[in-house]
Design a protein around this ligand. Structure first.
Ligand code: BG6
Length: 513
């Protein structure tokens, strides 16, 4: 157990103050931090956006959203209200700067507001800038902050910038963005966020691996047959058809979110838990992943179907999607990691929208027992021992293994030892951004991406993007509400090597509720 220190006095500036991310995730996360006593005692919040609001109107709109948000997450008989004390801690000083953040004038106005805030307040002039805007604005906002002198570290005050995803849409654009950003700030000021690292059971991977003597000796090619990572969603592209048509499942999920999971599972033990010690090890993993080609990938798009009895359109019938779109909403890949720990151990990855069930899990599938003792018994057909990390929902860790059934005959049966977070720890209000915002205020970059990590991840998928841009074949289809295309079964081995995808929907299993 460690005691937690509060962050120092600071001002948080949110670009995109009226946007969805601010209302649905950032403000609720800050409010949750306020509830647990983890925002600075002196905290100022500045919204920047193009709309004409007063600070009061902006605050009221945030409060309104938070009210509906707390109602949505509460059960019917336990609807929580916004706690007035936490809300007033969070909104003790709110400012709104109306401006077009492509224009210099906006930064001049923001500068005057910051000077006013810092002049009237004791404590250091720390500033946290959050870019909750479309990625096309990232470079120009950082440049605007730089030119206006707002982001220069002072001896007694830090200046930090959080940059949202997507960080580039291929290797070249990611490099260009890094170059642009690093013209105005140093790497130590940049916090490239990936919200998958805000998930509790993702952070737990390091504890599981390195705080237990049990797993690490088995965590290698001698004992592990393969690793499966599934990020399945039931949602479709919702109102994001336009964005998705430019992006697709690979760019949206793989070199960012899914690679974070691969990094946590595959990294070598760091020499310590400093940000760079950990990030160096993840960078080494990304650098060791063999560049992916089309032959190692299944790419598909959802057709019409139904999920939990609700009819779903096909992707091509979603709004702002072209009727002959070839964009993938599902992708499955076989990754090879060329190092001593993982050579010959494939990492199978799949992610898709409109699948049977919402489930993110990592399965470490161990090699089968040599079988000699049980060769005439059904054990030959039993599944291999598997360690399953459920990232969401129903966060936990399960070990699936074989036991002898009670009785006079030798009959072996699979069972599960299951750790569920909810059985052991009281639920804490969490939208997934709390730890990340807190870490940024504390200056801890461990859970944020470094420039070289982002580029290394894009480098892995770059050949695939090139292959796809030359591909003329019609994209494969899978029915909405299914487990994905059958071609993915062939990718994992079609059962020949005893490798099969784990079910996305398990009838009655808690994770599918
Ligand atoms: C986002 C993607 O980054 O992550 C979305 O753009 C996706 O398409 C989302 O739905 C998944 O995040 P989570 O936390 O809901 O699993």
């Amino acid at each position: 157990m460690t005691s937690v220190t509060k962050p120092e006095t600071c001002t948080m500036v949110i670009f995109g103050a009226a946007g969805d991310l601010t209302k649905r995730l950032l403000v609720p996360a800050l409010y949750n931090l306020a509830q647990t006593g983890l925002i600075p005692d002196e905290f100022s919040l500045v919204g920047v956006d193009i709309g004409e609001f007063t600070a009061e109107q902006w605050t009221e709109s945030l409060h309104h959203m938070l009210r509906s948000f707390t109602h949505d997450v509460g059960s019917e008989d336990e609807i929580s209200e916004v706690d007035a004390k936490s809300w007033s801690l969070l909104t003790q000083q709110v400012f709104y700067v109306q401006g077009d953040f492509t224009q210099e004038e906006c930064f001049a106005k923001l500068g005057r507001t910051l000077t006013e805030i810092e002049g009237n307040r004791k404590g250091p002039a720390n500033r946290l800038f959050y870019l909750a805007v479309a990625d096309r604005f990232f470079a120009s906002i950082v440049a605007g902050l730089g030119t206006a002198g707002l982001v220069r570290n002072e001896i007694d005050a830090w200046r930090r910038v959080i940059i949202e995803k997507p960080f580039g849409h291929d290797l070249e654009s990611a490099k260009a963005l890094n170059t642009a950003v690093l013209r105005s700030v140093t790497e130590s000021q940049v916090y490239r966020i990936d919200h998958f690292l805000g998930k509790e059971n993702v952070q737990n991977i390091m504890a599981l691996r390195f705080a237990n003597g049990l797993f690490e000796p088995l965590w290698n090619r001698d004992h592990i047959d393969h690793v499966q990572i599934t990020v399945a969603e039931t949602v479709g592209v919702e109102a994001r058809g336009k964005f998705y048509e430019q992006t697709g499942a690979l760019r949206d999920m793989v070199p960012n979110h899914v690679f974070q999971l691969v990094g946590m599972i595959a990294m070598e033990p760091p020499v310590g838990f400093s940000a760079d010690a950990v990030r160096n090890k993840k960078f080494e993993v990304f650098s060791a992943i063999r560049p992916v080609r089309a032959a190692d990938v299944v790419r598909a798009q959802y057709s019409a179907g139904s999920i939990n009895g609700h009819a779903c359109f096909s992707y091509r019938d979603e709004s702002n999607v072209s009727k002959d779109s070839n964009i993938e909403t599902y992708v499955a890949l076989r990754l090879a990691i060329d190092n001593w720990r993982w050579a010959g151990v494939p990492f199978f990855i799949r992610t898709g929208k409109r699948m049977a069930c919402r489930m993110t899990e990592i399965a470490i599938v161990f090699k089968r027992a040599p079988l000699t003792t049980f060769q005439d018994t059904p054990i030959a057909t039993l599944p291999p021992s598997t360690l399953v990390l459920r990232i969401q929902p129903d966060e936990g860790v399960a070990h699936e293994f074989q036991v002898k059934r009670p009785g006079p005959t030798v009959d072996v049966s699979p069972v599960t030892m299951d750790f569920r977070y909810s059985d052991w720890f009281p639920p804490a209000p969490n939208v997934g951004y709390e730890t990340l915002l807190f870490d940024c205020m504390m200056g801890d970059q461990t859970l944020f991406q470094r420039a070289d990590m982002v580029e290394a991840a894009w480098r892995v998928v770059e050949p695939l993007l090139n292959d796809w841009s030359c591909e003329k074949t019609e994209i494969k289809k899978y029915e909405a509400g299914s487990e994905g295309p059958s071609a993915a079964d062939v990718l994992i081995g079609g059962g020949d090597l005893g490798r099969n995808w784990r079910p996305v929907a398990l009838n009655g299993a808690p994770r599918c509720l």
